[in-house]
Design a protein around this ligand. Sequence first.
Ligand code: NAD
Length: 297
Amino acid sequence: MQAEILDGVQMSRDILAGLKEQVAALKARYGRAPGLATILVGEDPASVSYVTRKVRTALDLEFHEVQETRPAAITQEELLSLVERYNQDPQIDGILVQLPLPASICEQAVVRAIDPGKDVDGFHPVNLGQMMQGLRESCYVPCTPAGIQEMLVRSGTVTDGAEVVVVGRSAIVGRPVAVLLGQKGPGANSTVTLVHTATRDLADHCRRADILIVAAGVPGLVRPDWIKPGATVIDVGVNRVGTHERTGKALLSGDVAFDEARLRAGRITPVPGGVGPMTIAMLMKNTVQAAWRHLES
Ligand code: NAD
């Protein structure tokens, strides 16, 4: 059996096509496009690549896109005042500060400085708190967890009553996706187990999973025999494992041994081309939603 490949590129194209129509509707009704400010600090190659893709997608959607790049030596105060500038800018609906930030800057201070109504990454405690309360309609859900849930829904994966195992407990992926899938509602209502570095018998937990979500950042961590036959496997990991000889581009690998896993799983996401594009699509969706909220209020 070969697993069905969950094509994040195609799914994200479909979502972006819908958003394009909403951008046109916004422009027709209010005379302006959604505004997104992206702030990149330093030159970390992965961050540069993520921001480049986000900006390109925003421009494709004809957003009002403002790109700010600052050296790694920027002070926290300077960064906070840049964030504040866009908090006050009525043309800007969403602010994205690409993480991680240099060690000299307190990430939490920067995340908390973003107006929660413009926090389209969904990392502000106000948004995370509302998500915990199940107030999805009034908050911004973090983009990667939202993208994972969207993939499950679009692929027809049954989540209701499913055993879900999430590997990794980061504040931006593992914990929020575990909360989302455990809540009542479509694309959720699952029985969720969150496993991490202190978990005993990691493999045994994984083997129980109808849906296995892996966000550990360890290439090839999940071996094929950890996968229940027919399970849906969502590989969030993006690991730079080398450089392409000819193009010089980074070679990426997920957290799951893909070639063997696809012989056992029922559905599986590739890396690249799985969760990554969905994360960007959800960022754009949050920004369009922010624009509607700002313009209608
Ligand atoms: P993180 O380092 O903050 O968290 C990793 C988590 O995995 C930790 O909770 C840790 O306890 C757990 N873990 C690590 N090694 C483990 C092991 N051997 N056994 C069990 N648990 C283990 O990372 P993160 O920000 O959540 O990102 C995880 C991965 O997902 C990274 O590869 C990252 O690049 C990728 N990522 C991808 C996207 C995307 O859009 N595709 C978005 C965010 C993160």
